[in-house]
Design a protein around this ligand. Structure first.
Ligand code: SF4
Ligand code: SF4
Length: 310
């Protein structure tokens, strides 16, 4: 370190600057940034309970299980039984969604579990595109099954203008090769996380006793009115409620989960009824320990122990 740097330096941290003068460190809070972040957080809370002007994005969960059993998986795939959405069910839901929204959905995400495990996925690409000609269509994948896809698959992705979004895991997958394949077939390709940062995991625990306050949980939950997903006609405001039945069954716990926790898109009379439903806490919110959530854990394989989800 140069003498000058020891006498005087300015170091920028996320919320502070640290100024060193003659070896004495002075910490200065960046109040504007803190204020902006607080406003941002406030804004996020408000938008969860205000119905969206339109259903701008929606996830279609095409399978519940996965070929990579990540610890703490927030869709419970390591403890899920195999479930493939059938082509008939997918088409019925896509058509109903197009009817309700008049095709006005900005983004549809085909996901899982690992969506590529669904044997009908190629047909699903074209069904989604026919019904939503102007929507951004994305396929989310962990990449494992993208390593050995044939020309037919890549052509279907290209023809239906699907964007591939890969989460980069610290596993033996050649993500560079996948990127090259995407380029070869003129397919848009993105990493879900930062390409240079390997996946970490987060812990999203349930409160088995259901002793939480639903409204407070909903307002403070990043899934609420945001991770909106369709499972065989049932539309959920979040992924944990949609997948909690796997947790319930695998560990044989008594948590109430019923028709009040989702809205059936085939029963709903209008898109407004759906948007209103999505912006309200559901009874299942009492089973989420939102304050107990933690992030940036080292990624690992699930041991299927109850602590991963509680
Ligand atoms: S790849 Fe995704 S869906 Fe599969 S186990 Fe991991 S976190 Fe869950
Ligand atoms: S059920 Fe849980 S994850 Fe879903 S919105 Fe309520 S608090 Fe959030």
């Amino acid at each position: 370190m140069s003498i000058l740097k020891r006498l005087f330096s300015i170091e920028k941290r996320e919320y502070h600057k640290i100024i060193t003068i003659l070896g004495v460190k002075i910490k200065i809070r960046n109040d504007n940034l803190v204020k902006n972040l607080e406003l941002d957080e406030y804004y996020k809370k408000i938008t969860r309970i205000i119905p969206r002007p339109s259903l701008d994005h929606v996830l279609f969960h095409l399978v519940d299980h996965c070929n990579l059993n990540c610890k703490n998986c927030d869709v419970c795939s390591p403890i899920a039984e195999e479930r493939f959405v059938s082509l008939e069910s997918f088409e019925k839901d896509i058509k109903r969604l197009a009817e309700l929204t008049k095709g006005n959905v900005s983004l549809i995400i085909l996901t899982g579990g690992e969506a590529l495990l669904n044997p009908d996925i190629i047909e699903m690409f074209s069904i989604a595109r026919i019904n939503f000609p102007n929507t951004i269509l994305r396929l989310h994948s962990n990449g494992i099954l993208l390593m050995n896809r044939d020309e037919n698959f890549w052509q279907a992705i290209e023809n239906n203008k699907i964007t591939i979004v890969c989460t980069k895991y610290p596993i033996n997958v050649d993500y560079e090769y996948i990127k090259q394949q995407a380029e070869k077939y003129n397919v848009d390709f993105l990493f879900y996380n930062d390409e240079k940062v390997l996946k970490t995991s987060y812990h999203i625990p349930f409160d088995i006793n259901g002793s939480q306050e639903p409204r407070e949980n909903f307002i403070n939950c990043f899934h609420a009115n945001d991770c909106i997903g369709i499972h065989d006609g049932k539309l959920y405001t979040c992924t944990p409620a949609a997948n909690a039945h796997h947790f319930k069954k695998f560990f044989n716990v008594d948590m109430k989960l019923d028709e009040n926790d989702y809205i059936d898109i085939h029963q709903a009379s209008s898109i407004q009824e759906i948007l209103d439903f999505l912006a309200k806490p559901i009874p299942f919110c009492r089973y989420c320990n939102v304050k107990g959530r933690s992030y940036n854990h080292q990624w690992g394989i699930s041991k299927k122990q109850i602590e991963e989800w509680s």
